[in-house]
Design a protein around this ligand. Structure first.
Ligand SMILES: [Zn+2]
Length: 696
């Protein structure tokens, strides 16, 4: 800072020596540049360009693009010029283009300025920023087509012949108010208009800045070389950008949304990193992550750290942890791609904790969001083409939540209530990570590599005990199959379970209840995931591949033969691979180990069983038939197997131990108690002492 003023003073004196002539315009109100003639300014900028950017200028001119000057270079060369760009960008850029004109170049070149150091949040834009050079960051929400527009008109003063250029402001160009040369205010004649290609985009504040409220937006106009195919890709809806330019006011007189009364006359754009890649990890973080990854209890610790105030739901939480780490995306030689994103579906009774969980998860994922399937915006979940004559003119492509959360996670509650248009597009979004749209004159494919945590309600808003669960899911099979795992959350009255939940809630409120304190802080989980995503791409070993394959083939065979409640397809096999890859990533393992494959299988079994499929793929018989259903039979068999396993090491087995093991395999405690009582009555087991069981 001290250096800046020092230099400024020196230049001020220098300027005094060369007093400008009467007719020349002088710079006023800019420290260090007061009294400097325009000719001298041109000379200075020319000197700067010749010294630092001559090659780039020549190159830009031959390619008919713009020359991109780093702000730091300009500011270092002359802090006064740096200030001038900041405070009087219009004047600076006009002088700069005059300076470029004096350099002998094959084609005219426009100057663009990158790496502007100060960022302004869109929500903080005020009148004081008008006419100033600013830099903002956001996600492209809407983008118009590229169309020719009048950018400026040239007028002639009838009194003195001065040519006056009127820049377009907003969507129209006005006639000059006054001749800058003679002061005349009447009779101007338009002599020319310059047409250029332009695109309008709406930039929205990034998710991480927005908590609950509606994100602020700003419209930007991109013209000339900023509409090139490269720039076009960079500015498609869903892209994340840093944009700098001049903040202008949209002339009043027409009615506009009050939120949109500014726009940016864009000078430069650059894509910015998104999501996980953006987190900065210190050396200490990395050490901590490496240490943690070696902890054999890491899976349990991570699971216990997710929404610890919500009781139970361990398998769901474990699956969500795997979802955060995700599988490894792969492209085969024939260009077939396999996604890495893991999608989960929770279907639950009201008050089953589903929504709470869904609202919590986005908080530990960068660039993620909680939305309702009903959609709060016109673009819905995927994308839409809307007509916007008022501001942007013509058809506008608007990104929906899946696109805006690209590379992040989207929690979609009330998934079954989504718009029919979204239903169709959602198939592609979930499987391929893209959203394609072709409507009116707009044809585009937008990125949507978004992990989805969807929540749905049963058919009659609450599960009916007397109908098979799969019949109470209203989401189409084709869409259902895109989810790697599906879970059922029931809110069934159960005295003991209820007591545990209530106690847990009460203790959670006390503040120092151990199970309610996350073992690993959410911020650290974020860093952990980011590190694993960037540094670990585990590959499947033959051994674990075979385990997954056998499980899949066995499940599919049974499902095929007996008409499963939900179809078992190759998608489930891919899901198993993704889940085991995610499991390996947690320990930063370069290989998918046997234990990873087993974890994936265990969770898949739990999920299938909840949907009415028993371990081997048998189908649930309608309970209303009053017989022991096949799933009941399956459960009895599982409990028997558990008892057999535990009997290997001891004679008497605690009920709690059996319950615990059974719970891991998806059988609720109540159910286990029922089964144990049944086995006691039919003489398979006896109770030698209270709470202990033994085989006869
Ligand atoms: Zn005049």
């Amino acid at each position: 800072m001290a250096e800046k003023t020092g230099k400024g003073g020196a230049r001020g004196k220098e300027a005094e020596k060369t007093k400008p002539k009467m007719a020349e315009k002088v710079v006023e109100g800019l420290e260090g540049l007061e009294g400097i003639s325009e000719a001298e300014l041109i000379a200075r900028i020319k000197e700067f360009l010749r010294k630092k950017y001559y090659k780039k200028l020549l190159n830009a001119s031959s390619k008919e693009t713009a020359v991109v000057v780093k702000y730091g270079d300009l500011d270092k060369f002359s802090p006064e010029l740096g200030d001038m760009l900041r405070i009087e960008p219009d004047r600076f850029l006009s002088v700069a283009s005059k300076a470029i004109e004096t350099i002998d170049l094959p084609n005219p070149v426009k100057m663009r300025v990158s790496h502007f150091p100060d960022m302004t949040h869109i929500r903080d834009l005020r009148a004081k920023h008008l006419g100033k050079f600013i830099c903002i960051e956001g996600i492209v929400r809407r983008a118009s087509e590229i169309r020719p527009e009048i950018m400026e008109t040239v007028w002639e003063c009838p009194e003195c012949g001065e040519r006056i250029t009127q820049l377009r402001k907003g969507s129209f160009v006005s006639r000059p108010f006054e001749c800058g040369n003679c002061g005349n205010r009447r009779g101007f004649k338009q002599t020319a208009k310059n047409m250029i290609d332009a695109r309008w985009i709406t930039l929205e504040e990034p998710f991480e800045l927005v908590e609950g409220e509606r994100p602020s937006q700003l419209n930007l106009v991109l013209a000339e070389d900023l509409t090139s195919p490269d720039h076009r890709r960079m500015t498609e809806p869903g892209s994340r950008l840093k944009a700098s330019g001049i903040l202008r006011e949209i002339p009043k007189g027409k009615t506009y949304d009050v939120k949109l009364d500014f726009f940016m006359d864009t000078n430069h754009i650059e894509p910015t990193e998104v999501g996980w890649e953006r987190l900065v990890l210190t050396k200490k973080d990395e050490e901590e992550i490496l240490k943690m990854s070696k902890d054999p209890n890491i899976y349990r610790k991570l699971t216990a750290s997710l929404a610890p105030s919500l009781y139970g739901m361990n398998e769901i939480k474990e699956s969500i942890i795997l979802q955060l780490f995700s599988g490894v995306p792969r492209t085969m030689r024939d260009k077939t791609t396999f996604r890495g994103e893991i999608h989960l579906l929770l279907i639950g009774d009201p008050a089953s904790g589903k929504t709470q969980l869904m609202k919590l998860v986005p908080q530990i994922v960068p660039r993620s969001k909680y939305v309702s399937g009903k959609g709060t915006t016109t673009a819905g979940l995927t994308a839409s083409v809307i007509k916007d004559e008022q501001f942007m003119g013509g058809w506008v492509l608007e990104a929906g939540a899946m696109v805006l959360a690209n590379k992040g996670l989207l929690s979609v509650d009330e998934f079954e209530k989504m718009d029919p248009n979204d239903q169709v597009a959602m198939h592609e979004a979930l499987e391929s990570g893209t959203v394609s749209i072709a409507k009116a004159s707009i044809v585009a494919t937008l990125p949507a590599k978004t992990s989805v945590l969807a929540g749905g309600n049963p058919k009659f808003s609450r599960f009916d005990d007397y109908q098979s669960i799969s019949k109470q899911i209203t989401i189409a099979d084709t869409l259902l199959s895109r989810f790697d795992l599906k879970f059922i959350l029931r809110d069934v009255p159960n005295a003991e379970q209820d007591r545990k939940v209530v106690d847990h809630i009460l203790k959670t409120r006390e503040g120092n209840y151990e199970p309610a304190i996350p073992k690993i802080e959410p911020d650290f989980i974020k860093k952990y995931v980011s590190y694993a995503k960037l540094n670990c791409k585990p590959i499947l070993t033959k051994e674990s591949g075979r385990v997954l394959r056998n499980f899949y083939l066995r499940t599919r065979k049974k499902a095929e033969a007996e008409g499963a409640p939900i179809p078992i397809t190759l998608r489930q096999f891919e899901a198993l691979m993704r889940l085991s890859e995610a499991s390996a990533k947690i320990q930063l393992s370069p290989e998918v180990r046997m234990e990873d494959a087993k974890r994936a299988i265990r969770l898949m079994q739990y999920s299938l069983r909840q949907l009415g499929m028993t371990e081997s793929g048998e189908i649930d018989i309608d309970k209303s038939e009053g017989l022991i259903s096949s799933s009941e039979r399956g459960k009895i068999r599982i409990v028997m197997e558990i008892i057999a396993e535990l009997s290997k090491t001891k004679k008497q087995i605690a009920r709690g131990e059996i319950e615990e093991e059974a719970r891991k395999q998806g059988i609720e405690k109540d159910n286990v108690d029922e089964i144990l009582d049944k086995l006691k009555t039919d003489g398979t087991l006896f109770e030698p002492s209270p709470g202990y069981l033994e085989r006869v």
